[in-house]
Every structure is written in structure tokens, then in C-alpha cells.
Ligand binder design. Structure first.
Ligand SMILES: [Zn+2]
Length: 128
């Protein structure tokens, strides 16, 4: 688990997604085949770190491993390039978390591995 995390951690820190060489669509998380045109001409692409909240919900019973964070806002953010990210909204007043709110990506502690004590970081978003 830890080795795999370190191998792919760039993707968490830098929001690496995909860009289709045929139609120009961008996706996050990365894809191997374009969801719009089906092309396999796909390259890594760093995503913009800003976007807007499309939809959100306040989670009281998150997935196993994330209980300590509850309750928290889970949102679908549409990045400025059109790619969509499922993410946590943090450090924002509750009345600011709403559809259309402008957000930007930040790096925050995501979870602590109980066995090793290793701290995992990942991207989350804050309302601007
Ligand atoms: Zn395409």
C-alpha cells in the first residue's frame, strides 16, 4: 500500500489528468480512452487548480478509513478546463459551500495509516 502510494503520489499533489490529442477534451482522474470521442491518443496533463462547485453533500457516514473526518463536505468540482473532480471541501464556512462557488485546490492531510503511522496527503478544495 505505502509503496504504491509513493509511486503515484504526484497524481495526488499535482492533479495530473489526461488530455485527448484528437478532440482536446481533458479528464480527471486520468483515462486511457477519451470519454468523448473514444480516441486512445491520450497524454498526461496537469489540471488547473481552480474551478466551481457543481454539486455537494454533507457526509455524516463516510467510507471506512475516513470516519475521523466526518462530517465533511464532498463535492463535484468542475475545473476551469471542464474536467470534473470528486473531492472534499475543507476550511470553508458552511454557508459558502454551495453550487457555483469558486474553489481552489490545496494539499491537506488525508489520512494516517494505523499500522505504520504514515501520513498521507492529498488534494482537497477550499472556497475562495
Ligand atoms: Zn477525444
Amino acid at each position: 500500500m505505502a509503496i504504491q502510494y509513493w509511486r503515484i503520489r504526484d497524481r495526488y499533489y499535482r492533479l495530473i489528468g489526461s488530455r485527448c490529442g484528437a478532440c482536446g477534451s481533458e479528464f480527471f482522474p486520468p483515462v486511457y480512452r477519451c470519454k468523448k470521442c473514444g480516441s486512445e491518443d491520450i497524454a498526461d496533463r496537469e489540471m488547473p487548480r481552480t474551478g466551481k462547485i457543481l454539486t455537494h453533500t454533507l457526509l455524516h457516514e463516510p467510507l471506512p478509513g475516513f470516519e475521523a473526518l466526518a462530517p465533511f463536505y464532498l463535492a463535484v468540482v468542475k475545473l476551469d478546463n471542464g474536467a470534473k473532480v470528486l473531492t472534499q471541501i475543507v476550511d470553508s464556512p458552511p454557508d459558502a459551500v454551495k453550487s457555483g462557488a469558486k474553489v481552489r485546490a490545496v494539499v491537506r492531510r488525508a489520512k494516517v495509516d494505523g499500522d505504520s503511522g504514515q501520513i498521507f496527503y492529498g488534494y482537497k478544495f477550499v472556497v475562495e
